[in-house]
Design a protein around this ligand. Structure first.
Ligand code: SF4
Length: 428
């Protein structure tokens, strides 16, 4: 397949850094409310009260697919059009609603007021409301606020904003203590696997953010080493650093090699000997390599492009190129944080076209000219692209599915192999 690129790829800079094509223009992304879908499952006594519009309610309802007889742990308070003079009533209404909610739901110990983008919501100061409600319900529930508005550039910023809101609530770590804090919502099964590996390495105590329960907020202080499990937690990382914690820079735990390098960075920060790292990781790393090899046969040599959507693009592209032999055509990211990507960028092949930001029309033009075998993109773009004969993978699925760590490496590769295989079966 030949590729005609309407935009020339900038030359590699003198510093050896990959050049970046910067895009600003129309965007096509989900908003941060999407994060509630996985966060409410993760923090089991938290409730997410979105202050928003009917659109927000519909988005949540359809994304989370809640059954009507279930007691959900999220809801939308719908604000009708109001002028500023009506905002006092709005605050009263919010207080009433929260009171009723807490009476009905004694299981809720942590309440998030989640801001959205309608102008009426922007006029409402949710941080102040959270402070007021925290005082009113002190000892019963903690109330925090964050924004998940569609004005942000990527849907994963919802999780970043939520965890960022939790940071001031974390208890302090004793002056002589140290701890490892793994940041980023992970499925419990993955968390348990990683916890066993850390125990094997002799790294303890290890805490996870977010915790499973509001009462188990992990401590933070100058003795805390933060290891990011998700690459989109820029604000959370900065807030933890402001509390004295130190970031352990590492690649992200995708694939056999990414997971090994991620654990290796933690081991070095903890002073664990290399031999112990190799002994503890040898068997699961080998299992992961074998599992990836099964999908590699179907992925090797295939061309893939990422449209900017989740902030997972660079680590996933590295995994697909390094471990699955895929050819990277364009890797687009909503926002490039060079510090959080410091151990990922050098592992990308020089031939990749790296772009930051979004101008959806120009990116689609390039995609049509490139015609990669697989395109990773948001839900809204996938169907039209499929209709044009391009194979797609929904980027959101990569946030919903267990994909981190050694034991999930094979499943991660399969997620990319499956759409190609399905197409080939249909084409026969
Ligand atoms: S927060 Fe904004 S973008 Fe998201 S559903 Fe509500 S109105 Fe739409």
């Amino acid at each position: 397949m030949s590729a005609t690129l309407p935009v020339a790829r900038p030359a590699v800079g003198e510093t050896g850094e990959l050049p970046v094509l910067r895009e600003r223009g129309p965007r096509e992304v989900f908003c941060g409310l999407t994060g509630i879908v996985w966060l409410h499952r993760k923090i089991q006594d938290a409730f997410f009260l979105v202050v928003g519009s009917r659109t927000c309610a519909h988005l949540l309802q359809s994304a989370a697919g809640v059954m009507i007889f279930a007691e959900p742990r999220f809801a939308t308070a719908i604000l009708q059009d109001r002028d500023l003079a009506g905002m006092a009533d709005c605050n009263d209404e919010l207080d009433r609603l929260v009171r009723r909610l807490l009476e009905r739901r004694p299981d809720v110990k942590l309440l998030f007021l989640v801001g959205s983008c309608p102008s009426e919501v922007i006029k409402l100061d949710l941080s102040k409301a959270a402070e007021r409600l925290s005082v009113a319900h002190a000892g019963r529930v903690r109330v925090l606020a964050y924004s998940a508005s569609g004005i942000e550039t990527t849907f994963t910023q919802g999780e970043d904003a939520c965890l960022r809101a939790l940071v001031p609530e974390l208890p302090g770590l004793g002056a002589d203590e140290r701890s490892l804090l793994v940041a980023g919502a992970l499925p419990e099964i993955v968390e348990d696997q990683l916890a066993r590996l850390f125990a094997g390495l002799g790294i303890a105590p290890v805490n996870f953010l977010p915790p499973r329960r509001a009462g188990a907020l992990p401590p933070v202080g100058p003795g805390t080493r933060v290891l990011l499990a998700q690459p989109f937690l820029n604000e959370t990382a900065r807030a933890l650093e402001a509390r004295g914690a130190e970031l352990v820079e590492a690649p992200y735990p995708f694939g056999a090699e990414g997971t090994h390098a991620w654990l290796g960075a933690a081991a070095r920060a903890w002073g664990v000997a290399d031999e112990r790292l190799e002994t503890v990781t040898a068997a699961p790393r080998e299992r992961a390599r074998r599992a990836v090899a099964r999908a590699r046969a179907r992925l090797e040599g295939r061309r893939i492009s990422f449209l900017p959507d989740s902030q997972l693009e660079i680590p996933l592209a590295r995994f697909l190129a390094e471990e699955c032999g895929m050819q990277l055509v364009e890797v687009g990211v909503p926002h490039l944080d060079r510090r959080l990507m410091a151990h990922e960028l050098p592992r990308l092949p020089e031939s990749v076209r790296l772009s930051e930001g979004q101008h959806v029309d120009r990116q689609l033009d390039r995609l049509r000219a490139d015609r990669p075998d697989l395109t990773v993109c948001g839900l809204g773009l996938a169907n039209p692209l499929e209709a044009e004969g391009l194979r797609t993978k929904w980027s959101i699925e990569l946030v919903f599915s267990p994909v981190h760590g050694f034991e999930q490496a094979g499943d991660l590769a399969e997620l990319f192999a499956r759409p190609l295989e399905r197409f080939e079966r249909l084409a026969v």
